[in-house]
Design a protein around this ligand. Structure first.
Ligand code: IPE
Length: 259
């Protein structure tokens, strides 16, 4: 089994509220279908989630009633994105079942607490690809919060122990510096604790669920449970397909650190 996260930066235009990139997703779905592997899919929220979530500070949980309409709107928007994703998956030949975190998960102080993994297992057994996504969810301490795709990836990797865990992003992988501003930036093929600690701490885009560093920390925990954790560029045709077939591919592989 393989676990794949389609980052919000690949399936949406993160700088443009509600901009969906259907052409990219259709191609990625074709690569998944051609690879003929059992997979669980997670997708990010991109501009369908982060813009409003950050404007109304939803990440930290309930601070006042004025946030409630915004939380409901983010839920509506990420469902809108999820429905578009589901249509693309089903039309592309990957019969899929949507499992929204607001209905199958809950948080405790911003951390993923409960996830109904049995549900994912049963849809997989039925021959459907379970799909979940970054969403607003209930929080037992903070009343509500944001459940990110990366939190879901970590829990699903822990429960299913997939052969490969693939993060599909809009850049080739982890670089020594920001490749959009530094021409000397080079791709790091294997990232370990030492390389992570030596990287300059910059980030490009306002993102309520954290920077690339948080993502790499998550990937290190995942890799420590046995499977490969890789990050690759979904805008480059063929890379996701190659990674699903177990081939070497341009990207960064994260080595397990302490769990
Ligand atoms: C964010 O999910 C969820 C919301 C803001 C509602 P992710 O953190 O997984 O989304 P991306 O991949 O960064 O867009």
């Amino acid at each position: 089994m393989m676990l794949v996260k389609l980052g919000g930066s690949v399936i949406t235009d993160k700088t443009n509220y509600l901009a969906y990139r259907e052409d990219v997703l259709s191609r990625l779905v074709a690569e998944i279908v051609a690879a003929r592997k059992d997979i669980i899919l997670v997708h990010g929220a991109g501009s369908f989630g982060h813009v409003l979530a950050s404007e109304h500070r939803l990440q930290g949980g309930y601070t006042g009633d004025s946030q409630i309409p915004a939380a409901a709107k983010v839920m509506e928007d990420v469902r809108d994105l999820n429905l578009r994703v589901m249509r693309t998956l089903n039309a592309g030949g990957l019969p899929s079942a949507s499992l929204p975190p607001s209905a199958v998960a809950s948080l405790r102080s911003g951390e993923l607490d409960i996830l109904d993994v049995g549900m994912f297992r049963r849809y997989l057994d039925l021959g459907m690809c379970p799909v979940t996504f970054g969403d607003v969810a209930l929080d037992s301490e903070r009343r509500f919060g944001i459940c990110s795709g990366d939190q879901l990836m970590e829990r699903l990797a822990h429960e299913f122990r997939p052969q490969r865990v693939i993060f599909v992003s809009d850049i080739d992988g982890v670089f020594t510096a920001d490749p959009t501003t530094d021409p000397d930036a080079t791709l790091i093929e294997t990232v370990d604790r030492e390389t992570l600690d030596s990287l300059p701490r910059t980030h490009r885009c306002a993102d309520v669920t954290g920077s690339i560093f948080g993502k790499i920390e998550t990937m290190m925990r995942i890799a420590s449970w046995g499977g490969d954790a890789v990050v690759l560029n979904g805008n480059a045709p063929g890379r996701l397909g190659a990674a699903l077939r177990g081939e070497a591919v341009v990207g960064s592989k994260v080595k397990g650190g302490e769990a």
